[in-house]
Design a binder for this molecule. Structure first.
Ligand code: NAP
Length: 338
């Protein structure tokens, strides 16, 4: 790993991401300047929203410029440093990109202090963006009250499974919607949800009626499309819908039925989109709480790791076809210092 392998976005994907959308270059390992550190990327997180960054249209980030190293959410280790706050060996979270090495000023590198009982990879996923999104989306946007019914889509995923378990801790009736029997069983057995709906098996409307006999007070929406419509058809008066993401539309397309949206009017319901960055002020408090829950076994999670940058298109395919089991990561190098 003396040089730097860089994945640059060559073309804007049409539909699903393919290897042909990238140019892979061998470059020299970058050298840190004054106040900077050299970081060896260990984990690259491959969230569904990475697909949105590749579009020409601005999402919550500016469009990824063509011909430049693809942006990427990473966890790495400092291997050379020109800043006293970042000694060699410090683990850091950063936007290190789809490459092996990364140089950044100290203020763009967030030190990570892993707890002995928690895998390092958790600090870039459940104890970072995914945890903050789940916790703040549920508690602040849905504003739950014990005894109410919460439906979660992509419920076995990284964000969704945390939402389900936090919902149970808050005394909610939690109904998880996921693709396939295996994911549904995991939600019941490991995450302790009250009911599951395998949307791939069909009959979602009837299953919602059975699972939510008192109607639906909250929806934590990760997917969008027809299942979301069926949930909206069944919301109670003053329901709260946290719009976290619409993963079914990220590769293009996606529609919502107008009569389902009309339920927001019919039921004086509130749908509110949010970004985890709106809640960064609570980062330390929320991740500490989640770490405690993970250490005492009160929160279960999955992390799905593939080896090597070459697996980037496969990782994206897994996320959009539901083959991932929890947060999808690529391992770019070993955790131990070189
Ligand atoms: N607002 C924010 O700040 C914020 C932050 C982080 C994440 N998010 C959003 O949170 C959601 C979940 O993200 P995550 O990282 O936790 O991913 P994830 O749930 O671990 O993985 C994505 C899952 O979505 C489901 N899915 C993918 N394509 C689908 C389709 N066409 N139709 C139905 N289901 C589909 C699959 O689950 P099944 O096998 O069950 O279908 C897949 O496993 C995404 O919408 C993401 O954009 C938002």
């Amino acid at each position: 790993m003396s040089g730097n392998t860089e994945w640059r976005l060559r073309a804007r994907p049409r539909g699903e991401v393919t290897r042909a959308d990238f140019e892979v270059l061998s470059a020299a390992r970058p050298v840190p300047g004054a106040g900077e550190a050299l970081v060896r990327n260990i984990y690259l997180f491959v969230p569904p929203s990475m697909r949105l960054w590749m579009d020409e249209k601005e999402s919550y980030l500016p469009p990824q410029p063509l011909g430049e190293v693809m942006a990427g959410i990473t966890l790495g280790v400092v291997e050379a440093s020109n800043h006293p706050s970042l000694p060699v060996g410090t683990y850091v979270n950063c936007m290190g990109g789809c490459q092996q090495w990364h140089v950044a000023p100290a203020e763009r590198l967030q030190p990570v202090t892993p707890h002995a009982g928690v895998p390092l990879a958790a600090y870039r996923t459940v104890l970072d963006v995914q945890g903050l999104t789940a916790y703040c989306g549920l508690t602040e946007i849905c504003q739950p009250r014990a005894g109410e019914t919460l439906v979660v889509t992509a419920a076995a995923g990284s964000v969704g499974s945390l939402v389900c378990q936090i919902g149970k801790k808050l005394g909610l009736r939690v109904v998880g919607v996921a693709g396939g029997r295996e994911k549904c069983d995991w939600l019941l057995e490991a995450c302790g949800v009250d009911a599951v709906i395998d949307y791939k098996a069909g009959g979602v409307g009837e299953r919602l009626d059975q699972a939510c006999p008192d109607g639906i007070d909250m929806l934590f929406e990760n997917v969008g499309g027809p299942v979301m419509d069926l949930v909206l058809d069944r919301v109670n008066r003053r329901a709260r819908i946290a719009l976290c993401g619409l993963v079914s539309s990220y590769n293009g397309g996606g529609t919502q039925r107008t009569s389902a949206l009309m339920q927001l009017v019919n039921k004086s319901a509130r749908m509110e989109g949010f970004l985890l960055t709106d809640h960064y002020g609570r980062y330390a408090e929320v991740t500490r709480k989640l770490e405690e829950w993970i250490l005492d076994g009160g929160i279960r999670y999955q992390i799905d790791i593939l080896d090597g940058l070459d697996q980037l298109p496969e990782a994206m395919g897994r996320v959009f076809h539901g083959r991932n089991r929890g947060a999808q990561l690529l391992r770019l190098s070993q955790e131990e210092r070189t």
